[in-house]
Design a protein around this ligand. Structure first.
Ligand code: UN1
Length: 476
């Protein structure tokens, strides 16, 4: 059984749960310890106790640990990618990309530890100096989703540690393998006891304990809107900082003047790669009339040719859906879309293979209206819908007609429309002639409206959440 890490010790307390491969449900990857309330409280206490010393550790010490961890992740890329593909279902090529991203994130924040910035200001009063510095926040609760099992934990834990905070990390129940590997790597890279704690287990137990404990100074969360709202509600009475990354219903606008091949490639990647299980997925394809039929025909052709298969098979393009609950949800969304008048132009059926897994042929649904369920709610699967519109103005209005605001894209050869869309799309990230998903690791990540709450993740902007500002006045 793989244990939890509490106060620098591996603790295999409580019972264990099996980690199952969604490409082959007979394949048990390993058994992982489940923390209860007592273990979670011990982890929080350890993080609180470790904070004063770690907050005063030198940038060199933090740099060296994160650098060693980044190097190890990159050196073990193939092995970690195999684990990721096996436990989450992302295909091997995508898993390699994600592991590499996690390694690069560690190295970026290793460097960031050495790039601490402050400001020296002249006071408005004579003889007084003012300096503005950033200090760590304290104990950070890190709650991560299953869809990026190593990259999202890396992009929350690395900045937390880099800026001098201590961490209590609760990974998603479906993907403890990558979480355990990441914590093991950081632990051996030299984390002092208590600075990084791993508590695998149920949201209702581990997550709930973290929410209730006032010693947790800040929580960074990626997951569903419902859980995000719970994190916010529990944190407000404690005046706790929160950073929430939740769903998306991301538009990809395709205009008449788009390069058809570019538009089809963007839609295929953005909507269906990673089995559509990305909060940045292009799930609403908003297409102007002049290109609509050509675009739909070309995309439907490509979608029906996508090779669905086991994540570890080298020629697979689309891996399985993560579990049976998600699969039946995806199927329900497709059925409701058809009942409400959508036309299933490609895919949408489950796929039987040699191994039993959660395989679904990606689905393209056309002739949809903006008020249909498929265009309002996040599916989080390989399902995309097409909405036909008259012109650019209608496309922009449609793109913004959603409670979400994470990413948005436009395919066009017009500088005028591209510039206008970049300015007016109500999203945190906007892409021109690129898929709405697949982001860089060194620049801010996040959205608006119901998609995100709190400061941005990633890059130098991560300091906003993982530090607090201090203004010091001195009369020498
Ligand atoms: C990406 O599109 O490269 O949960 C990353 C998610 C996002 C990460 C998307 N937080 O899907």
């Amino acid at each position: 059984m793989k244990p939890n890490l509490i106060n620098g010790k591996w603790e295999a307390t409580g019972h264990g749960v099996e980690n199952i491969n969604p490409s082959d449900i007979m394949d048990v990857i390993d058994v992982y310890a489940q923390a209860g309330r007592a273990e979670t409280e011990a982890a929080i206490a350890a993080a609180a106790e470790a904070f004063p010393a770690w907050s005063l550790s030198t940038p060199q010490q933090r740099h060296d640990i994160l650098h060693r961890a980044g190097d190890e992740i990159l050196t073990r890329c193939e092995e970690l990618a195999t684990l990721l593909a096996r436990e989450e279902g992302k295909i091997l090529a995508e898993a390699r990309g994600e592991v590499t991203r996690a390694g690069h994130i560690m190295l970026f924040f290793a460097g960031e530890a050495l790039r601490q910035r402050g400001e020296l200001r002249e006071s408005v009063r004579p003889g007084v100096q003012v300096d503005v510095t950033r200090e760590p926040v304290g104990v950070i609760g890190v709650i991560t989703p299953w869809n990026f099992p190593i990259a999202i934990p890396a992009w929350k834990i690395a900045p937390a540690l880099c800026h001098g905070n201590t961490v209590v990390f609760k990974p998603a129940e479906l993907v403890p393998g990558c979480a355990w590997a990441l914590v093991d790597i950081l632990h051996r890279a030299g984390m002092p006891p208590g600075v990084l704690n791993l508590v695998m287990g149920k949201g209702a137990v581990v997550g709930q304990t973290m929410l209730e404990d006032a010693r947790v100074d800040a929580i960074t969360f990626t997951g569903s809107q419902v859980t995000g709202a719970r994190v916010a509600a529990a944190s407000l009475p404690l005046m706790r900082k929160v950073q929430l990354e939740m769903g998306g219903k991301n538009p990809l606008v395709v205009l008449d003047d788009a390069d058809l091949d570019v538009a089809v490639d963007c839609a295929l990647d953005g909507a269906f790669y990673s089995t559509g299980q990305r909060c940045t997925a292009s799930s609403r394809l908003i297409v102007t009339r002049g290109i609509h039929d050509r675009f739909v025909a070309a995309l439907a052709e490509r979608v029906s040719q996508l090779r669905v298969g086991p994540a570890l098979a080298e020629n697979t393009q689309i891996g399985p859906v993560v579990d049976s609950i998600q699969l039946s949800q995806d199927i329900d969304y497709i059925a409701t879309a058809r009942r409400q008048g959508g036309v299933l132009r490609a895919g949408g059926d489950t796929v039987r293979l040699q191994t039993e897994g959660y395989f679904l042929q990606p689905a393209l649904i056309t002739e949809t209206h903006p008020d249909m369920q498929i265009n309002r709610e996040e599916v989080f699967g390989p399902v995309a819908s097409v909405i036909a519109v008259e012109d650019y103005e209608a496309a922009l209005a449609m793109a913004n007609d959603t409670p979400f605001g994470l990413s948005g894209g436009i395919c066009t050869t017009s500088l005028k429309y591209a510039s206008d869309f970049k300015r007016k799309a109500q999203v945190g990230m906007v892409m021109v002639n690129l898929p709405t998903a697949g982001v860089d690791y060194h620049v801010p990540f996040g959205g608006r409206k119901a998609s995100s709450f709190g400061p941005r993740e990633q890059g130098s902007h991560a300091a906003e959440f993982f530090t607090v500002v201090k203004t010091a006045y001195t009369r020498p």
